[in-house]
Design a binder for this molecule. Structure first.
Ligand code: 13P
Length: 249
């Protein structure tokens, strides 16, 4: 059985001190977890250390980063590498978020380099894919998602897929308050994303990969997504910034 994974992507929000205060609030209220649930927070790079300190050694919450660079070290001004994230206690790293794709021009080849760098250093990549509104409207959603899966994941060792998560985030649903429905998102995962994985790695592997939904997930609609057979959790933006709302999810 695939374990439910809920990831809070803070994006460019919270200073290190704000992160510490938030984590204190969250940890004081987070319930004992059922065995089949994993919780992750992904703060900005600058708050990773303070969140790690707040979590302590045996926390029910794990640490993730929002991006990484593919080289281990060197003359890459402004970049952060997998070994740096690993050393800070990160277990997960988000790769290819639609904001990286749109605002920073990240594309297939570059995204796969990041996936490979994460895997090389034992970080678990969360590959984000999703169609824009225009792509949905002109009927190319299936093609776009299949291509994004292919670009991000083709040619990896099959065993690597055991540590990879996909986040299906329709771009039109991100930050808009217009989430997809559980039924529609499930259909995309079942009929497009898992078949794209199966074409690369076979059906058994495709069925074992966790696929999250992301895009305007809140306490009010999360249960609808978690009830779907092909959706294994959520990548949460805005609602992960408030203790009450994140707890509700
Ligand atoms: P929102 O939950 O704010 O729509 O953001 C989703 C997202 O992009 C998470 O990575």
């Amino acid at each position: 059985m695939r374990t439910i994974l809920i990831v809070g992507n803070w994006k460019m929000n919270k200073t290190a001190s704000e992160a510490t205060a938030f984590m204190r609030g969250l940890l004081a209220r987070v319930p004992a977890q059922p065995a089949n649930l994993e919780l992750v927070v992904a703060p900005p790079f600058t708050a990773l250390e303070s969140v790690r300190l707040a979590l302590g050694a045996s926390s029910p919450i794990q640490l993730g980063a929002q991006d990484l660079f593919w080289e281990d070290h060197g003359a890459y001004t402004g970049e952060v590498s997998a070994p740096m994230l690993k050393d800070l206690g990160c277990r997960y790293v988000i790769v290819g978020h639609s904001e990286r794709r749109t605002l920073f021009g990240e594309q297939g080849d570059l995204i796969q380099k990041k996936i490979r760098a994460a895997l090389k250093h034992g970080l678990r990549p969360i590959l984000c894919i999703g169609e824009t509104l225009a792509q949905r409207d002109n009927g190319t959603t299936d093609h776009v998602l299949t291509q994004q899966v292919h670009d991000g994941l083709s040619g990896l060792a099959t065993e690597a897929l055991a540590t990879i998560t996909i986040a299906y985030e329709p771009v039109w649903a991100i930050g808009t308050g217009r989430a997809s429905t559980g039924e529609n998102a499930n259909a995309v995962v079942k009929d497009v994303i898992r078949p794209a994985l199966a074409a690369l790695y076979g059906d058994q592997t495709a069925q074992a990969v966790r696929v999250l939904y992301g895009g305007s997930v809140t306490g009010a609609n999360a249960a609808e997504f978690f009830a779907q057979p092909d959706i294994d959790g959520a990548l949460v933006g805005g609602a992960s910034l408030k203790v009450e709302e994140f707890l509700a999810i």
